[in-house]
Design a protein around this ligand. Structure first.
Ligand code: NAD
Length: 467
């Protein structure tokens, strides 16, 4: 079945049926209408899969996709015609152009934590770029998978866009059929499996992975605002967000004040019933993994919160004080992405110590710095490599379609959103259109007309005249 599906999409692509601007635009508009039509069903599915509050569901899944759609519809035309770029003087009278060439059949593999938006956001870029698409949603969010399938079946010819449901096994079968591009969002561990499956056929790919995202709070930070924004960013979707703050590094002089403020903010945001208002951990296995972090010996840290039942964990803080990065690395919850509403807190005395702490971990997907001090901001931005982040906020960088979103090193390869999505899903084909007329400087015999000295003279002339 998988074999026939990929073959029919390759045929559709080669017949050039989906690549006109009109076809792409119509496809995106159909998707937009279907999302409006099925809004309630999408929110219900997200609630069933992840206990998502409808406002959180709308904000992070439906609105995100609609914003991406609107933005892409505005920029689409630009990428459907060749872009003329400068041509050097040495190519006198020639013309140079970039053609945004769709790859062909794109396989999009998505995770369960934002099961709707992380499946459909890359789809928008892939369609806008002129590709056919096979979507492989996460099997851990079955209700969302079902509504995605219903929408896609209703609006698209399966030779253009279709959904394949299943686990890693079916994904491996799809990869064997040599899609022309693979876009994967998920864990670093599975990302490596995807990269090795692509390697034998040199299939190009984007990997959108996870990581442990540090959140630094410097002495100069507005503490009440930091507490409010961190509580929002960390406990959104019950901490199951790839760009959520994973741990806090705070200056030792302000920790006690911050602990008081963040607890007040948790009480304000989740009222007296956090176990009812917070989202659900996706599966019993994921829940067991997360509560192990609470059960492990915490003689080294003081726990605030920690109650849990029915796959829910209340917003929890663990104060580890001045533990060094070497000691921190021994803690089970610092050896992998936490991905649950548990927030460890460590203190530092000097900013350099904080930088050393972060350097002990792999390059994160995001980093957040709360500081009003410009030199500290500059020092952090220039000393550390990470996917992206915010100064005095959390998560908001990924909601701007003008910014590319992606990781670096262990947190990913490549980026997307807005124009970066379209560029990701296209090969940039460089074309030089040569005129008939030319200065015959490049042909043999070289001594006949030019020679090295005249070549040097030409080079310096073009440099001097900035041609
Ligand atoms: P996962 O890696 O377990 O699964 C992701 C997808 O890969 C699923 O569709 C799954 O069916 C498929 N898959 C699983 N095993 C496979 C295999 N052996 N071969 C081929 N495909 C396989 O990730 P998850 O648990 O669904 O999601 C959580 C992870 O995703 C976290 O690490 C999180 O940080 C990361 N994430 C990253 C981003 C980002 O944009 N960078 C966004 C959300 C989540």
């Amino acid at each position: 079945m998988v074999k026939e599906l990929v073959a029919s999409q390759k045929k559709f692509f080669l017949q050039n049926l989906g690549t006109s601007t009109q076809y792409r635009k119509k496809a995106l508009l159909n998707l937009q209408s279907a999302i409006y039509k099925y809004e309630q069903e999408i929110l219900d599915a997200l609630h069933k899969d992840l206990g998502k509050d409808p406002t959180e569901g709308y904000m992070s899944e439906i609105m995100r996709v609609l914003q991406e759609l609107n933005h892409t519809l505005k920029i689409l035309a630009h990428y459907t015609k060749p872009q003329t770029v400068k041509t050097p003087f040495t190519h006198f009278m020639g013309k140079s152009q970039i053609y945004y060439d769709p790859y062909g059949v794109v396989l999009i593999i998505s995770p369960w934590n934002y099961p709707f938006s992380l499946c459909l956001s890359p789809l928008i870029g892939a369609i806008a770029a002129g590709n056919c698409v096979i979507l492989k949603p996460s099997e851990y969010a079955p209700h969302t998978q079902a509504i995605i399938t219903k929408i896609i079946q209703e609006i698209f010819d399966p030779s253009f866009v279709c959904v394949v449901c299943g686990d890693g096994e079916i994904t491996q079968q799809l990869l064997q059929e040599k899609p022309d591009y693979v876009f994967f969002t998920g864990s670093t561990q599975v990302g490596k499996i995807i990269a090795s499956a692509c390697a034998p056929n040199l299939i190009p790919y984007t990997l959108e992975l996870g990581g442990k995202n540090p959140c630094i709070i410097d002495k100069s930070a507005d503490l009440a605002l930091s507490a409010r924004r961190i509580v929002w960013g960390k406990f959104f979707n019950a901490g199951q967000t790839c760009v959520a703050p994973d741990f806090i590094l705070i200056h030792c002089s302000i920790k006690d004040k911050f602990l008081k403020l963040i607890q007040e903010e948790i009480n304000r945001a989740f009222s007296a019933t956090p176990l009812e208002t917070i989202g659900t951990i996706i599966s019993p296995t994921h829940f067991q993994r997360a509560i192990k972090f609470l059960e492990s010996p915490h003689s080294l840290g003081k726990v605030y919160g920690g109650q849990n039942k029915n796959q829910k964990i209340e917003p929890t803080l663990i104060d580890f004080g001045s533990l060094s990065h070497t000691q921190a690395l021994q803690l089970p919850l610092m050896q992998e992405e936490i991905f649950a509403p548990i927030l460890p807190i460590f203190t530092y005395e000097e900013i350099q110590q904080c930088i050393q702490f972060i350097l002990a971990f792999e390059k994160p997907l995001a980093l957040y710095l709360f500081s009003q001090n410009k030199p500290i901001q500059d020092q952090i931005l220039s000393s550390l490599s990470f996917g992206g982040g915010c100064i005095n906020d959390c998560i908001m960088h990924i909601t701007n379609p003008h910014l590319p979103f992606g990781g670096v090193g262990n947190s990913g390869i490549g980026s997307y959103h807005g124009k970066y999505s379209i560029e990701t899903f296209c090969h940039k084909k460089s074309i030089y259109k040569s005129p008939k007329w030319e200065l015959p400087l490049r042909y043999r015999p070289y001594t006949h007309f030019l020679g090295i000295s005249k070549l040097k003279w030409l080079y310096f002339l073009t440099r001097y005249l900035k041609l």
